[in-house]
Design a protein around this ligand. Structure first.
Ligand code: HEM
Length: 208
């Protein structure tokens, strides 16, 4: 019950009042993320994995096909930037639902730190890619529909190379975060046997 009441200071008060008055604003406020959160989470997750696949495919090909794959990588990456900004806005407007009661402090810290770094990485990766393309004056086409504007920075290949070095370094942090994030979700599901993974899954009922 504690978890059910803990979904933001202001809204917790509203929820308590609603319960005592017999009116519940939502059936189970902290049992599941909102549909918007679910859609954003899984769309970004699939897009990030697609990014890694696109680069692997590009490394395995040459010529026009490789060029097209890199263009798609850029377009998907910039879409991730926009989706991440929407997600951050959504998160600010809609407070986080609580972690399970009794979760050790170190695990809470790791969970929140991983989430924070994920947001940072999902902003820094597209930004460094965008900055690199802009420095090298390489046009970016958004899925052939329109030209994505380049940033007015200049600097040529040398500056572009520095942004690409940063891009590749942050990719390593991304891999580490993916491992930590997936390991944490599986630990909650199979060892703690709580609802942490389930509440981010569509069409799956919560455990009692
Ligand atoms: C969240 C979004 C992104 C992710 C997850 C991502 C991921 C990656 C990965 C895994 C690599 C390979 C790094 C390596 O070989 O060590 C890479 C390379 C690269 N990315 Fe991104 N990227 C993203 C966004 C972007 C954007 C927006 C652009 C440009 C507008 C971009 C441009 C590039 C370029 C030019 C390379 C180097 C390809 C090569 O020549 O080998 N990326 N990215």
């Amino acid at each position: 019950m504690q978890g059910c009441l803990d979904f933001g200071r202001g809204s917790a008060k509203l929820w308590r009042r609603a319960v005592t008055e017999g009116k519940t604003p939502l059936a189970e406020p902290s049992r599941r993320y909102s549909t918007v959160s679910l859609i954003l989470h899984w769309t970004i997750a699939v897009a990030v994995l697609t990014q890694i696949g696109l680069i692997m495919a590009r490394d395995a090909t040459e010529g026009e096909a490789a060029r097209q794959l890199l263009q798609t990588h850029k377009a998907v990456g910039l879409s991730i930037l926009v989706l991440t900004l929407v997600r951050l806005g959504w998160r600010v407007a809609n407070p986080l639902i609580a972690l399970p009661a009794g979760m050790p402090t170190w695990e809470r810290f790791l969970s929140r730190a991983t989430q924070f770094l994920f947001y940072a990485v999902l902003l820094i990766l597209p930004l460094t890619g965008w900055l690199a393309s802009s420095a090298a004056a390489r046009e970016i086409s958004w899925f052939g529909l329109f030209d994505w504007p380049l940033l007015p920075i200049g600097g040529g290949r040398e500056v572009a190379g520095r942004f690409m070095d940063a891009h590749e370094m942050v990719v390593k942090l991304l891999y580490l975060l993916i491992v930590l994030h997936v390991a944490g979700a599986l630990k909650h599901h199979f060892i703690n046997r709580d609802n942490v993974l389930r509440r981010m899954l569509p069409f799956v009922a919560s455990r009692p």
